[in-house]
Design a protein around this ligand. Structure first.
Ligand code: NAD
Length: 512
């Protein structure tokens, strides 16, 4: 039992539906076995209070080797790799339903581990359930390809599992990130070794229990929490790992891309962002105000797609910013379990302090704080890792605070004159993840949406997702695509087969 005995919330955890003996057991999931890890001790801290609520022994590079080898063997001996698609799809369906059945438990656990509001963690659990069911449907309806013959053959384009897939995820939306990788990778018939983040490992372990209960063959999935540099890197370097899907920071992703290149392994990278959200003077202002606030301050700004650069057309910038700031000040900072909370604590003190340091540096460089900008001194928030919604002005797009991903509730407001100006400024970044456009003119929305380098563009809405719509990061925001019907193919190997249908042998050399 890994629960820290003196933690006063244990009774509350049980009341919240967390099965403390299973969901917080000091066990990692290695090729079907629940074992005490042989790696370092991970202390899980409740971001709302700063208290350690559980501890867990993590994995090591040796554990990765065991999980990969036994996972590969399990996928083959259990028949998972060769199972008919509709049979594998049935298991994925049951996993989706099991996630739905455990939705409140997942939400409570994730709120405890990440600090997020229960509203958000419930939505993430629902999204994960839908992802498993969608990938089941995609798998079941994925036709093999009979290609157009260009000779006396029948030509087939087929797919097969890759073997073992590594999934490395960050802490900001664990269950949804897990599902986005695990569901298509499992659908394709692979074994999966998941490396969840040290700061939020519990919900991925719970997902493994749900997969096990839903009938996923033993050993096909491993969940190995531990440090990225040892456990994550061992997974990427392992010779039997055929593909890695990584979500996290750009510098980590770039490093992993080098490792993948060395072994000629495909890698999908979902990385950071500094997304522009653009408010034209003809926008529905009420809609834009709500959308811009949601785009940056939901998830306490800890979102790769956060709309952190707010471009406002010069003719309305004063009135728009005044109202935006007034509303940002009214957002309620508090614990994720309180339904009245808008902005929950950040993942950790360390991360919160790095956000505060970035704001302080921006102010030292001349930025003006319109709201927030300092760690709150409210004694009720003293134990947690809180940071208030912060809006900065008097900046130019080339300033560090406008170029660097803050990954917290911090936005900059920047004026623009016209379409050409805002497109140039929006694209003046290394990132290319998302973009929001607020205008009532759909021709303009289309022009700007096409011109801005962003994998996802929202017009008159923001941070809305559908599993059926592909998600891509351009430039330093990523490599490859997740979600959508093609996701299962992304975890499959393409093979082509030529079946000769002519009576005549090949003519080559026949004259001798
Ligand atoms: P991170 O890069 O530090 O860590 C992400 C994961 O990689 C963790 O599990 C970590 O342990 C592991 N890791 C770290 N170093 C590693 C190494 N050398 N080898 C292998 N694995 C390693 O990122 P983070 O701080 O956990 O997450 C925040 C970042 O994730 C932000 O930049 C955010 O924009 C990005 N993100 C992107 C998306 C997207 O879809 N584009 C979604 C969510 C988060």
């Amino acid at each position: 039992m890994s629960l820290v005995a003196s933690t006063p919330e244990i009774a509350d955890l049980s009341a919240a539906g967390i099965d403390t003996t299973r969901d917080l057991a000091d066990r990692i999931h290695v090729a079907g076995r629940w074992e005490i890890g042989t790696g370092g001790l991970i202390e899980s801290i409740d971001p709302a209070t700063g208290r350690v609520f559980a501890t867990l022994h993590g994995a090591t590079a040796d554990t990765v080797d065991t999980a990969v080898r036994e996972g590969l063997s399990a996928a083959n001996t259990s028949g998972w790799a060769t199972m008919l698609p509709h049979e594998r799809a049935a298991v994925l369906h049951r996993i989706g339903n099991a996630i739905d059945g455990a939705r409140d438990r997942i939400a409570a656990l994730q709120t405890l581990d990440t600090g997020k509001t229960l509203t958000e963690t419930r939505a993430l659990a629902a999204s994960a359930a839908n992802t498993f069911r969608y990938m089941a449907a995609a798998l079941e309806t994925m036709d093999g390809g009979l290609t157009t013959p260009r000779g006396p053959w029948m030509t087939l384009a087929t797919h097969r599992p890759m073997g073992v897939v590594g999934a490395i995820t960050p802490w900001n939306s664990p269950i949804a990130s897990d599902a986005q990788k695990l569901a298509p990778a499992l659908a394709a018939g692979n074994a999966v070794v998941s490396k969840p983040p040290v700061w939020a490992p519990w919900v991925t372990l719970l997902l493994a229990r749900l997969c096990e209960d839903a009938g996923l063959p033993r050993g096909v999935l491993s969940v190995l929490p531990g440090p990225g540099r040892t456990v994550g890197e061992a997974l990427v370097r392992h010779p039997l790992v055929a593909k890695v899907s990584f979500t996290g920071g750009t510098s980590t992703g770039r490093h992993l891309a080098h490792l993948a290149a060395d072994k000629l392994m495909p890698i999908t990278l979902e990385l950071g962002g500094k997304s522009p959200t653009i408010v034209f003077d003809d926008a529905d202002i009420e809609r834009a105000l709500q959308g811009v606030l949601f785009g940056i301050f939901s998830s306490s700004g800890q979102s790769c797609i956060a709309g952190s650069r707010i471009f406002v057309q010069r003719s309305i910038i004063d009135s728009f910013t005044t109202e935006l700031v007034a509303r940002a000040r009214r957002l309620r900072l508090g614990v994720g379990t309180d339904p009245a909370t808008d902005v929950a604590p950040m993942i950790s003190r360390t991360h919160r302090d790095s956000v505060a340091a970035m704001v302080d540096a921006a102010v030292a460089d001349g930025a003006e704080v319109l709201c927030g900008g300092a760690i709150p001194d409210d004694p009720r928030l003293a134990g947690g890792s809180y940071y208030p919604p912060t809006i900065l002005s008097a900046v130019t797009n080339s300033d560090t605070i406008c170029q660097q991903e803050v990954f917290g509730p911090v936005a900059v407001v920047i004026p623009f004159d016209d379409e050409a100006d805002v497109i140039a400024q929006a694209n003046d970044t290394v990132y290319g993840l998302a973009c929001g456009i607020w205008t009532e003119d759909y021709r303009r929305a289309l022009r700007v949406g096409e011109a801005v380098d962003a994998g996802t563009v929202w017009v008159n809405t923001y941070k809305q997702f559908s599993i059926s719509t592909p998600f891509t990061g351009l430039r330093d925001s990523g490599l490859g695509t997740e979600k959508g019907r093609d996701a299962v193919r992304q975890y499959s190997e393409q093979k082509s087969i030529y079946l000769d249908r002519s009576d005549a042998p090949l003519a080559w050399g026949a004259a001798h």
